[in-house]
Design a protein around this ligand. Sequence first.
Ligand code: AMP
Length: 127
Amino acid sequence: MSYAYDPQNIFAKILRGEIPCSKVHETPHSLAFHDINPQAPTHVLVIPKGPYVNFDHFAAEASEVEIADFTRAVAEVARRVGHAESAGGAGYRILSNAGPDAHQEVPHLHIHVFGGKFLGRMIKVPE
Ligand code: AMP
């Protein structure tokens, strides 16, 4: 099992401060910022600071501290944007694309957090 991480991807540049982002939340091992092309009233991306291509890479090679930090950062974002039911909201959706069939555009693990309106049932798959 091997994973090739490209340090020139756009989220790596955000992490290095070479490109700005609209920050929502930051922890020792994770960063959350608004998606530049939002697909819902709330569309936040949560990324680990470590160099992981996708979710299976992260699960295989990240430390337990990183995994716990990242998992909690995603949940904290859902609360901060007000959509977690525990924060009085009406719910949210999380999603992570991995590889070409999922149309992953940026090869650095990111969880999309969507909310702010009724999101319908799951996803529409093209014919
Ligand atoms: P994916 O298709 O799952 O790889 O999603 C990549 C996401 O990154 C898309 O929703 C883009 O709109 C978003 N994106 C690309 N560049 C930036 C950026 N500089 N700042 C914030 N979001 C970005």
